[in-house]
Ligand binder design. Structure first.
Ligand code: AMP
Length: 193
């Protein structure tokens, strides 16, 4: 979506993984939470999101994986007001739990460029990254125990945002089961109407 629209892609998960890999102060604070599949404390992620939003230009932004708690959503409202940036839509991707577990536990990512794949698309487990030839590994938070924890955390801390944004008249719910291209098209069609 970012490629199509030119909007900046702001993924707090990507930013945190990079901080962990580089061993920065933020990375050291975040690492344990991420490996257990828990949320990194609000103050840490809010600061990251604010910094990135301050760099957004005229092509807009797509927040990915943020906000994940009501306090984060409230902080986002404040930051956007300060920066005079709009919030046009909030997209909730609906996927049944068993399909989520299948996707997450089978996901592999490239150590070189971060491109994702799935074991179902990798006939032998040794397959190299299609984009750069790098080695494919499993994210530590895609292991079964962490996946279960992430789903629990979603229900407890993130699901309340559905109501939060519905009340604000911003929520678009998308059936996200099916091939990537179809889900992508559903999002585009919904945002254009
Ligand atoms: P993601 O790549 O979006 O699945 O995020 C991976 C992990 O990074 C999450 O399981 C959390 O530990 C952490 N994380 C990413 N975004 C947030 C956020 N908005 N609030 C708290 N923790 C986050």
């Amino acid at each position: 979506m970012s490629e199509k629209s030119g909007a900046a892609h702001i993924s707090t998960g990507d930013i945190l993984r990079e901080a962990v890999a580089k061993g920065t102060e933020v990375g050291k604070q975040a690492r344990g939470y991420m490996e257990r599949g828990e949320l990194v404390p609000d103050r840490v992620v809010i600061e990251i999101a604010k910094q990135k939003l301050a760099e957004v230009g005229g092509s807009g932004y797509i927040l990915d994986g943020f906000p994940r708690t009501v306090p984060q959503a409230e902080a986002l409202d404040g930051a956007l007001a300060e920066l005079d940036l709009p919030l046009d839509a909030v997209v909730s991707l609906r996927v049944p739990e068993e399909e989520l577990v299948r996707r997450l536990s089978g996901r592999r990512v490239c150590v070189g460029c971060g491109a994702p794949s799935h074991i179902d698309a990798m006939p032998n487990n040794e397959d190299a990254c299609r984009a750069c030839g790098g080695e494919m590994t499993q994210r530590s938070d895609d292991r079964p125990e962490a996946v279960r924890n992430r789903l629990r955390v979603y229900e407890e801390q993130t699901a309340p945002l559905i109501d939060y944004y519905r009340k604000h008249g911003l929520l678009t719910e998308i059936d996200a089961v099916g091939p990537v291209e179809q889900v992508f098209q559903r999002i585009v069609d919904n945002l254009q109407t």
